[in-house]
Design a protein around this ligand. Structure first.
Ligand code: NAP
Length: 307
């Protein structure tokens, strides 16, 4: 029987692990299908406080893990396939073994949705990014392309005008999901060009190990053309990793956990941390902060229960 099981090993999960381990709760962390979370696919992180020269995303998240392990956190590779939360102790199916825990921190994150191109995947962190706040700075005076037609795409395109020589926004339809005010702002910006009814069909250049251009395909005629770009920001939404919690925890229509204040979820003893609940900030530092909150709530919950 565990005191606390933490699902996810990104910033939120690792920070929750550091805090609960230092509180002597011997947390068990289930790493999830993307160990290290979003940071593990980023390059340099320059906005995490305490690192004036920046720090590599994978290094930062690995160091958080080592810090938690130093205080006694145990890490197990794998994902939760099923969760029984209707009574305590909670029961979790981790790969092929059921485990029991008094409390649970869900820090499973939200995965960026990708276009799904082979070369896009290979060039992540080498010119392909899903986070303008994280990586925009590296594209000073470069040609930037943003994909998507929602608020995130508009926001990223506008943000990236601070860095890029120009920003091209590519959307697969000619109607936008984004709010009118954001679309109007993007349309009015002198550095932004909007291309509609167009799909990014391939990303170059795998042989150079960096983004040099894309193949664009007209969604109506199927006609293709190449275009030179240095950076490709994919902003086509995120998918919260809450599959095992459908009908077990209150989720919003997009699948994000609904917060009941602090780090509380709709089930007593189950807490949320990080992007699995946060669709707004999505930063390493906010996820870490949320992990800390969840850990403190776990400590207090267990103390109240006499453990
Ligand atoms: P979103 O609103 O779901 O928009 C996703 C966009 O990506 C859509 O335009 C969609 O095209 C496109 N898309 C999806 N899959 C694609 C694919 N495989 N290839 C090409 N394009 C694809 O997601 P979001 O922009 O991340 O926003 C999520 C939520 O957060 C929204 O509720 C949004 O309002 C909110 N948000 C608000 C703000 C703000 O208020 N400042 C900022 C960011 C986000 P289709 O339209 O053709 O489906």
């Amino acid at each position: 029987m565990h005191n606390v099981v933490i699902l996810g090993s990104g910033c939120a999960g690792n920070t929750a692990a550091i805090y609960t381990a230092r509180a002597n709760l011997k947390p068990l962390v289930i790493t999830g299908h993307e160990p290290g979370g979003q940071l593990s696919i980023t390059s340099l992180v320059e906005n995490f406080p305490g690192f004036p020269d920046g720090v590599d995303g994978p290094v930062l998240v690995q160091q958080m893990r080592e810090q938690a392990q130093k205080f006694g956190a145990e890490y197990r590779d794998g994902s939760v396939l099923e969760a029984g939360l209707s009574q305590r102790p909670f029961r979790l199916l981790v790969e092929d073994e059921w485990i029991e825990t008094r409390t649970l921190i869900v820090a499973t994150g939200a995965s960026a949705r990708w276009i799904g191109l082979e070369n896009e995947q290979k060039l992540i962190g080498k010119g392909v990014s899903s986070c303008a706040t994280c990586d925009g700075f590296f594209f000073r005076d470069k040609r930037i392309m943003v994909v998507g037609g929602g608020d995130s795409a508009m926001e990223e395109a506008l943000f990236l005008t601070r860095f890029g020589r120009d920003v091209t926004l590519v959307h697969r339809r000619d109607e936008f999901r984004a709010s009118k005010i954001m679309v109007d702002r993007a349309k009015a910006h002198p550095k932004i060009e909007i291309i509609t009814n167009t799909i990014v069909d391939d990303v170059y250049d795998i042989s150079k190990g960096t983004v040099t251009g894309v193949r664009l395909k007209d969604a109506r005629t199927g006609e293709c053309r190449d275009r030179d770009v240095d950076g490709l920001f994919v902003a086509i939404g995120h998918v919260p990793n809450t599959k095992p919690f459908v009908d077990k925890l209150e989720l919003d229509p997009d699948g994000y956990i609904v917060s009941k204040g602090g780090a509380r979820t709709s089930v007593e003893g189950v807490f949320h941390a990080g992007d699995v609940q946060d669709r707004v900030y999505r930063q390493a530092i906010t996820a870490s902060g949320a992990g800390c909150m969840a850990a403190i709530e776990v400590e207090r919950f267990l103390e109240n229960e006499g453990h």
